[in-house]
Design a protein around this ligand. Structure first.
Ligand code: BGC
Length: 694
């Protein structure tokens, strides 16, 4: 027996890896019991030293952050890297930001993107990826809304789970930031106050969905929830995550200010402090020695960490993670595919889009963003791809013999002249990392938007160009909703390209010229005015999160948004017919199958995102007018009809009963809608079923 095996009571890491199931758990238990308190606590923190941390401020995320690891026992460290628009290490593929990918409503695409990121992370020395950001943007002006998939818990959960599925073929995935992290500038101190029902039904279901998908880790948020910092919050971590949901993985803190107190964090349920040990080092050891933290709490954390490492240790195919997989041809093609699919066509009067190449001799591309590499903010999600195709380059690449002129838009008279002298004008305006994004105190970057309007100069530019030509196409860039009121009636066509990644310009051009039929649908409501939105204070020390936000709030208050959740136009028409429900009545443990026929009645092939909403005409409690409970993408050739199928489980219709401390499915009638957006006129098909009995 080796010395290490003796100290580890006969068990070392290789023995853990060889075992499976219950035997592995027993081996981990033995291994942990053979570790000294110091060794155990070393598993519970990042190992980035202060010097490296200082360097990191300037070369943030250029190297993986390590945590734990034990040479004596052969336990490897975790090697963390970030996302979510790609792998934050050098030269990775840059995909459209998550909000853009939310607009694709494409689970399979997201899974493939997750796989690509997993491979690229692994090829760059990382095995732990922190880019599954699934916070719900209660207000679309949240600076990091671009990192998440949209405003709806179901959409967030489905796409988050798809990303986890893809990633975990290669690396451990971490879903973040648990929970209620949705005000950037106040993130280090704000106390989000909310009721249990709101927490469970609105802010947590997507985390549960990722836990059910087997996500390896959860990152606690910086902010407080109902008084306690998330990393200390035993209600969130112990009662709900590890208790009710049976999560067996590990919980890590957000970086640097994510942990504030050794005792509270350990007792609260935090397993790893990142990225270095400030509290989970000497302070935690003292707390254990003095009896303030039972050693069993440390053992539980270490058990989770080792269990997680062990279950992923054998993953993937180690010889396949070569450097040439980073930004390889296949991944770049995937970035291009997602850039094409994420663009949402918001307005297209008189079918001025697509631009027919044969009808045009000159197109004026206008606006400084047209010529700028604009792929998102510069915070922890920053990706540095080998190249970025700007809108201008993309349009030039695809224009064929059409002459493309460019004007920055700085001088309005020159912009108007350029537009007048062309057959069509494409104006690119929007936001950059200066307007929105992750923010760090004292550094001028990112932050929240209390006002969703475009910068005034951009609005002036749009109006000027619109007055100069009747073929003005406005392309918006940004990570979330933007107000279009005030200028939207002046222009015939508007689309949003978000921050579309390294292939964004090519994706945009494919849509403009009709090489691709737009299929994106808004994952977030675009309001008409700022005051339609929930109260937002980016410096709030404490804030109340109510039950309603997004389309649920618009429905309830009967407000008209500028563009509703789920909305997006195409270059073809889709017809909806023939709704079929598998039963008129199901039990509370049952499920209903819903089918509808979708036909492409236009002349161009395309994809329709078919959405299923449920309404609650009768309920024991106040409920949203309707909620998204299903979606699917259907590809249709002209003239083709296909059936979209969904399954809705009765348990998906439950509400959280605070008094009973559990989920309740009303015995009642439910309305099912199938349609093309959340707008009433777009809910083309309607059926009714009943839930009763067991
Ligand atoms: C961010 C996290 C990120 C971490 C490490 C923090 O500032 O809030 O989202 O994972 O940095 O990059």
């Amino acid at each position: 027996m080796s010395v290490s095996q003796e100290r580890g009571k006969g068990i070392d890491w290789s023995a853990v890896l060889e075992a499976q199931g219950k035997e592995r758990e027993r081996h981990i238990e033995k291994l942990v019991s053979g570790m000294s308190l110091g060794e155990k606590i070393r598993e519970m923190a990042g190992t980035t030293n202060p010097l490296r941390l200082a360097v990191m401020l300037f070369r943030y995320n250029r190297y993986p952050f390590w945590a734990g690891g034990n040479r004596r026992l052969g336990i490897p460290p975790l090697r963390f890297t970030d996302g979510p628009r790609g792998v934050a290490l050098d030269h990775s593929t840059c995909f459209p930001v998550s909000m853009a990918r939310g607009a694709t409503w494409d689970r399979r695409l997201e899974e493939r993107i997750g796989e690509a990121m997993g491979i690229e992370a692994r090829a760059q020395g990382s095995d732990f990826f922190g880019g599954v950001c699934i916070n719900l943007p209660r207000h679309p002006g949240w600076g990091r809304a671009q990192e998440t998939f949209g405003e709806d818990p179901y959409l967030l959960g489905e796409l988050g789970a798809a990303m986890v599925r893809g990633l975990q073929k290669h690396v451990m995935a971490c879903a973040k930031h648990y929970a209620c992290n949705s005000i950037e500038e106040a993130r280090f101190f704000v106390d989000v106050r909310l009721g249990e029902r709101t927490l469970r039904e609105v802010y947590l279901p997507h985390f549960k969905r990722c836990v059910d998908e087997g996500v390896a880790a959860i990152m606690s948020a910086y902010n407080r929830v109902n008084g306690d910092y998330c990393a200390h919050n035993s209600h969130l971590l112990r009662d709900i995550l590890k208790g009710d949901w049976g999560f067996e993985g590990l919980v890590m803190s957000d970086f640097i200010w994510g942990t504030r107190d050794a005792e509270k964090a350990a007792l609260g349920g935090l397993d790893i402090e990142m990225p270095n040990r400030r509290y989970f080092g000497r302070r935690l050891k003292r707390a254990v020695v003095k009896g303030r933290v039972p050693e069993a709490v440390v053992d539980e954390a270490v058990t989770r960490i080792l269990r997680t490492k062990a279950s992923f240790a054998a993953g993937g195919s180690p010889s396949g993670y070569t450097r040439d997989r980073v930004a390889c041809k296949e991944h770049v093609a995937l970035a291009f595919e997602s850039a094409r699919k994420c663009i949402v066509l918001l307005k297209n009067q008189n079918g001025i889009l697509p631009l027919a190449r044969e009808d045009l001799q000159r197109i004026a591309v206008i606006g400084k963003l047209a010529d700028r590499e604009n792929i998102g903010d510069s915070g922890s999600s920053r990706v540095r791809p080998p190249y970025i195709v700007t809108p201008l380059q993309g349009i030039r690449n695809a224009a064929g013999s059409i002459e493309i002129t460019y004007d920055s838009g700085k001088d309005l008279s020159l912009a108007a002249k350029a537009a007048r002298e062309a057959d069509a004008a494409v104006v690119v305006v929007g936001l950059t990392g200066r307007n929105e994004g992750e923010s760090i105190p004292y550094m001028k970057m990112g932050g929240d938007r209390e006002d969703l309007s475009l910068p005034a100069a951009s609005e002036r530019l749009v109006r000027t160009v619109a007055a100069a030509t009747d073929r003005c196409v406005v392309v918006l860039e940004g990570g979330s909703a933007i107000l279009t009121t005030g200028w939207q009636d002046d222009v015939p066509a508007i689309l949003i390209a978000w921050y579309p990644g390294m292939e964004g310009g090519n994706g945009l051009a494919a849509i403009l010229f009709g090489d691709e039929n737009p299929s994106g649908k808004l994952p977030v409501t675009f309001p008409e005015t700022n005051d339609q939105l929930p109260f937002f204070d980016k410096k709030a020390k404490s804030i109340e999160y109510g039950y309603y936000h997004g389309y649920r709030l618009f429905d309830r208050e009967r407000m008209e948004p500028a563009f509703p959740f789920g909305f997006g136009l195409h270059y073809t028409e889709y017809g909806y017919s023939n709704l079929r429900l598998s039963a008129q009545e199901i039990g509370r443990s049952g499920a209903i199958q819903v089918k509808a026929d979708i036909a492409n009645t236009g002349s161009m092939a395309g994809c329709e995102v078919v959405q299923l909403y449920i309404a609650y005409p009768v309920s024991a409690v106040d409920r949203p007018v309707k909620e998204l409970k299903g979606f699917t993408r259907v590809h249709l050739e002209p003239g083709e009809t296909k059936t979209a199928s969904f399954e809705v489980k009765a348990e998906d219709l439950a509400y959280y009963d605070v008094d009973a401390g559990g989920w309740v499915v009303d015995e009642a009638e439910y309305i099912v809608y199938v349609g093309s957006s959340s707008r009433v006129e777009d809910l083309h098909l309607r059926g009714i079923f009943r839930v009763s009995g067991t």
